[in-house]
Design a protein around this ligand. Structure first.
Ligand code: AMP
Ligand code: ZN
Length: 490
């Protein structure tokens, strides 16, 4: 792949040339799900966005180590340091062991990502698998004087940290404004300042998920796991850290502070990438607000929010038609439009395989390819790439009706690049549900065309015309040509 990649870095708020620390290796960490219930389409959008990024880095020749964690402890209900652990609460409600909840929703997460053709990460570490390392990092931060212990819990001292380091660097928040804007939450009186956050929390007697530590039995704070697992697998300084926009503050801001406090490196992550939110009726899709659709609701067409079943690939295509950094509102109208557009791509891919080369080329496939590359190198701009793919679809259809032609090298190059962009980069599967149905349809139509051919051989025009007319009524146009009969969806 040629060309330079530019990434919008949330840290500098500019598009920057991507220069990995140790090319061709790239380290990328993405915050994974808290496995206490099924992922909704909003969560899925973020994972599809990073799947696209991962795929483009691979296509560009990088050797990527993609680490995406599973949060299976420490994420408390109010996202701050209060409330019940989300997993423990679910375990109580479903009358299961917390680890059964973790397994159940990890399995379901993997299934969903598989259906939507997201590549698995290189390493998928869990928070509970890294308790020892989290205790170690807490000890290190304590030893630097940037945390304090109170009553079996350890808190990060934000004010002390901010004396020498830039707390708020990622979210652009100023520490004084933050303090004046933060309410003292009930039960947080142990903290020296409301901005401080837990590295380690003492477990109350009723708390099920607990581990021994130098400060007594407890559990790690939510932000700590990502600092520990990213630095363990990618080093104290690494290339890319991603997650949804809503994690920028406090989660990612606290991660930077922890990593910097522990290692002394002011810039533990070179490029911060944040995926924007999927909205429903203009509001962020969210479980807690009850404003959400589950992937299977779309796949099954579950009323009242969903009007009919949509294939996983049509949904993926819909998501990729927006830039990862823009918000995207989901509606049945928008999904139906994407489904139609995606079908045109599927049809063109099929057509491409049957296409015969011409003597000359009426279209410059090399120039087109450079434009596709440029789109992806411009901060992974999938909607622009898709617009270029439709240009190719127009040419493919033109070749079919004779208004365009491509010589052999151009046609072969176009095939190769269309496979690359559609299947490898956008991650659209040919054997998707839609194409599965298309395959069945193809089989049935082939049978009808064979029957029609033998009818015509027998000069049974009535049967031949009946088949043609009935297919037309069903939305299938057939055309008799020199090289036999072809068909297409009207
Ligand atoms: P969680 O399991 O809540 O930690 O979320 C998993 C991922 O989904 C995080 O990266 C979130 O930022 C992301 N996320 C949550 N809600 C949305 C949404 N409505 N649109 C896009 N991403 C989201
Ligand atoms: Zn995280």
């Amino acid at each position: 792949m040629s060309g330079k990649l530019y990434i919008y870095n949330s840290l500098t708020r500019t598009k920057q040339l991507f220069e990995p620390l140790n090319p061709p290796f790239v380290g990328m960490y993405v915050c994974g799900p808290t496995v206490y219930n099924e992922v909704h389409l909003g969560n899925l959008r973020t994972f599809i966005s990073f799947d696209l990024i991962y795929r483009w880095l691979i296509a560009s020749g990088y050797k990527v180590r993609y680490v995406r964690n599973i949060t299976d402890v420490g994420h408390l209900e109010n996202d701050a340091d209060q409330g019940e652990d989300k997993i423990s609460k679910r375990a109580r409600l479903e009358q299961l062991e917390p680890m059964e909840i973790v397994q159940k929703y990890t399995n379901s997460f993997h299934q969903v990502l598989d259906i939507f053709n997201c590549l698995p990460p290189s390493i998928e570490p869990t928070a509970t698998g890294h308790i020892v390392e989290q205790i170690e990092m807490t000890k290190t931060i304590l030893s630097k004087g940037l945390a304090y212990e109170v009553n079996g819990s350890v808190y990060f001292d934000v004010k002390k940290y901010a004396e020498k380091h830039a707390y708020g660097i990622l979210s652009g928040r100023n520490i004084d404004e933050l303090i004046s804007g933060t309410r003292d939450l009930d039960g947080q009186e142990e903290k020296r300042s409301p901005l401080d956050f837990a590295l380690w929390k003492k477990a109350n007697p009723e708390h099920i998920m607990r581990w021994p530590s130098p400060w007594g039995e407890g559990f790690p704070g939510w932000h700590l796991e990502c600092s520990v697992m990213s630095s363990k697998y990618l080093g104290t300084k690494f290339d890319i850290h991603g997650g949804g926009m809503d994690l920028k503050f406090p989660h990612h801001e606290c991660e930077i502070a922890q990593n910097c406090a522990a290692s002394g490196d002011e810039e533990p992550v070179r490029y911060w990438i944040h995926g924007n939110m999927l909205t429903l009726n203009g509001k962020k899709m969210s479980k807690s607000e009850g404003n959400f659709i589950l992937p299977r609701d779309l796949l099954h067409g579950t009323p009242p929010l969903v009007d009919k079943p949509y294939s996983a690939m049509a949904i993926r295509f819909f998501m990729l038609q927006a830039h990862y950094g823009s918000t995207l509102d989901i509606s049945m109208e928008a999904l139906s439009a994407s489904e139609k557009a995606y079908r045109r791509v599927v049809q063109a891919m099929k057509e491409l395989n049957n296409q015969k080369p011409g003597n000359t080329s009426t279209w410059d496939v090399k120039v087109w390819n450079l434009a596709c590359e440029a789109a992806m190198n411009d901060d992974f701009n999938s909607p622009v790439l898709i617009a270029h793919l439709f240009e190719a679809v127009r040419i493919i259809n033109g070749c079919k009706d004779g208004s365009q032609q491509l010589d052999e090298p151009s046609l072969n190059f176009l095939k190769k690049q269309m496979y690359l962009y559609v299947y490898d980069v956008l991650g659209l599967k040919p054997e998707d549900e839609t194409s599965g149905k298309m395959n069945q349809l193809e089989g049935v139509i082939k049978l009808l065309l064979d029957i029609r051919k033998s009818a015509r051989d027998r000069k049974d025009w009535a049967t031949s015309d009946l088949i043609r007319d009935e297919l037309l009524k069903a939305g299938i146009i057939i055309k008799d040509g020199k090289e036999g009969t072809t068909w297409e969806i009207n």
